[in-house]
Ligand binder design. Structure first.
Ligand SMILES: CC(C)(COP(=O)(O)OP(=O)(O)OC[C@H]1O[C@@H](n2cnc3c(N)ncnc32)[C@H](O)[C@@H]1OP(=O)(O)O)[C@@H](O)C(=O)NCCC(=O)NCCS
Length: 200
């Protein structure tokens, strides 16, 4: 059976991380939840420094504390996706962006993997004491909307974003404890033991 784990990015994962991003670029796919890894392909070490700083970043109107993980299939140690979890929100992120950004590499989509990724992300939020997760997506991003809906996401608002994306945005809220309780039997079997705490 396939199993998944979160891995904290380190130097050893450089080659796989770059290969992961190249796949998005080759297939012309949007990238989300990588904490800007695609901007650091020539300076992976600087990206590692950045995510280390983000982890201890004090909350302010310009920055928030955040964790970034590789979502890895344990069977072949392949990076399947990523997730970026904001541990506290400023007003800007409350309006647009929310707690979680995520992605699955194009060749591994439509296998239910992002639902496992989000379930594990919610487990991590629970560990961190976050009770309610805010998330959003473009209304046209059906795959993302359905991921959230499958994991207890309640649509609370639909609005036209006119500054950055110029499209309709859907805002969702997820009750973390309830969603984990409701979905435990479905997803727990896919998770390597001792997760969500990442391998260090
Ligand atoms: C959004 C994304 C992470 C989904 O990953 P995925 O692994 O393909 O998603 P899953 O296979 O877990 O599917 C989740 C749900 O979406 C549905 N879905 C997935 N792709 C779909 C598509 N192209 N069209 C319609 N529905 C789709 C699945 O059927 C499933 O719904 P269900 O529970 O009702 O069956 C992936 O498409 C991606 O990385 N996109 C680019 C980055 C991005 O948009 N991130 C989110 C920004 S808000």
């Amino acid at each position: 059976m396939e199993k998944f784990k979160y891995v904290k990015p380190t130097k050893e994962w450089e080659e796989k991380a770059i290969d992961f991003i190249h796949e998005f670029e080759e297939m012309n796919s949007p990238i989300n939840g990588t904490n800007r890894l695609h901007k650091y392909l020539d300076s992976y070490d600087a990206w590692l420094d950045k995510i280390e700083q983000d982890r201890v970043q004090p909350l302010s109107e310009n920055a928030v504390p955040a964790e970034t993980f590789f979502f890895v299939r344990d069977n072949d140690n392949k990076i399947i996706g990523m997730i970026n979890i904001r541990l506290a929100l400023n007003e800007k992120l409350k309006k647009l962006g929310g707690h979680i950004g995520y992605c699955i590499r194009p060749t591994e989509r439509r296998k239910g993997y992002n639902k496992i990724n989000l379930y594990m992300g919610l487990l991590y939020c629970q560990e961190q004491g976050i009770k309610e997760v805010l998330m959003d997506c473009e209304k046209d991003n059906v795959a993302s909307a359905k991921t959230m809906q499958a994991l207890g996401g309640k649509l609370i608002k639909e609005w036209y974003e006119d500054d950055k994306y110029h499209c309709v945005i859907q805002d969702y809220v997820i009750d973390v404890d309830k969603t984990i309780e409701d979905n435990r039997s479905v997803y727990e079997n896919f998770i390597v033991e001792n997760e969500p705490s990442p391998r260090r």
